[in-house]
Design a protein around this ligand. Structure first.
Ligand SMILES: Cc1ncc(COP(=O)(O)O)c(C=O)c1O
Length: 344
């Protein structure tokens, strides 16, 4: 029985072309900025986003971490949505390593409004931390892969910038947002001070993320990366698949979105499963399985036994993610298996 792995787009395996690019990559010492393949990837990323510079890092978590370190001093305040990956899943690095204080804004499907942000920003006073940075997440993981439109980002950026705050985007899946809306990522970057995007998720690369911003910001982020041990020497072996990811894997994200919609529609037709269809905007589907009478761990383990792998997502939901390596037939197959499982 073929296993259908819908746990995360981080489980994607590199394409043959990516693997073949590794032994051919021209290499040098990237700490000295002498790796031509890394430099090519970084120039390409900066160009795609219409920004001055970019920096290859080991992971999305490291990209967010060095961005926060570059923007903030210890004791500064950072505004984030309550379910932001940076707050929820990055081991408290924003406090433990950056020394920042999170101020959480409860959003809807991962997004807060400009009015909410405005209301959260306090006038500076001797008693308060210095407000420094606003973070948004696009697409929003815990929101279910939900999209901020460029217009929404512009509105948030106006409030942030009017108050002298910087705006960072955890854009681990920014290309999913851009492809879904058919907009250029430059339309986002115009309003941002920095962004991190991942090569190792929907773009299917084995390793790596990229931080993008102004030259000055990237210089600071480079220092922070070195401080946390992220100076990677002959990192061209990571950058070479990254270049292919950017060239060849962005457009196909559409397929993942179509498969996610098909999956969501199929799941909601299975008795006991409910899906908030409005939240199904990209490649993530959150399925509420309360109506099955099973608890989530039990559902996940039974699904795994029939070869459908998903992640538990809180006390009532399972998360399904579509990605390279999962095709439309896999979706039909997964739905048929789950339907049989729940009908028995
Ligand atoms: C929205 C978001 N940001 C950041 C990350 C962190 O990426 P990494 O696992 O490469 O550290 C993830 C990983 O799933 C993510 O979903």
């Amino acid at each position: 029985m073929r296993r259908i792995d819908l746990r995360s787009d981080t489980f994607t395996l590199p394409t043959k072309e990516m693997l073949e690019s590794i032994p051919q990559a021209e290499l040098g010492d990237d700490v000295e900025k002498e790796d031509p393949t890394v430099n090519q990837l970084q120039d390409m990323a900066a160009d795609m986003f219409g920004a001055e510079a970019a920096l290859l890092v080991a992971s999305g978590t490291m990209g967010n971490l060095v961005s926060l370190m570059a923007h903030c001093q210890r004791g500064d305040e950072i505004f984030l949505e309550s379910d932001a990956h940076i707050y929820y899943y990055e081991l408290g690095g924003l406090s433990a390593l950056v020394g920042a204080v999170p101020r959480l804004i409860p959003g809807e499907r991962g997004k807060f409004t400009p009015e909410q942000l405005e209301a959260s920003i306090r006038n500076q006073d001797l008693h308060y931390p210095i407000s420094r940075l606003v973070c948004i997440e696009n697409t929003h993981n815990r929101g279910g892969g939900t999209i901020w439109t460029p217009r929404e980002v512009e509105e948030i950026s106006k409030v942030a910038h009017d108050h002298g705050l910087k705006l960072h985007c955890d854009g681990a899946r920014i290309f999913n947002a851009a492809v879904a809306l058919d907009v250029d990522v430059k339309e986002y970057m115009r309003h941002l001070d920095s962004i991190t995007f991942c090569l190792s998720k929907g773009l299917s690369c084995p390793v790596g993320s990229v931080v993008v911003g102004s030259s000055e910001f990237i210089e600071e982020a480079t220092r922070a990366r070195k401080m946390v041990g992220g100076g990677m020497r002959q990192a061209g072996i990571i950058a070479a698949p990254g270049i292919i990811g950017l060239q060849k894997m962005v457009g196909r994200l559409k397929e993942d979105h179509q498969n996610a919609r098909k999956l969501a529609e199929g799941l909601s037709s299975i008795p006991g499963i409910e899906v908030d269809m409005e939240a199904v905007q990209t490649n993530i589907v959150l399925a509420d399985i309360t109506g099955t009478g099973w608890d989530v761990d039990y559902f996940v383990s039974r699904a795994c036994k029939i070869g459908v792998q998903v992640f538990e997502f809180g006390s009532t939901k399972a998360r399904f993610v579509t990605h390279y390596g999962i095709d439309s037939e896999d979706i039909d197959d997964a739905l048929a298996r789950l339907r049989r499982l729940l009908e028995h």
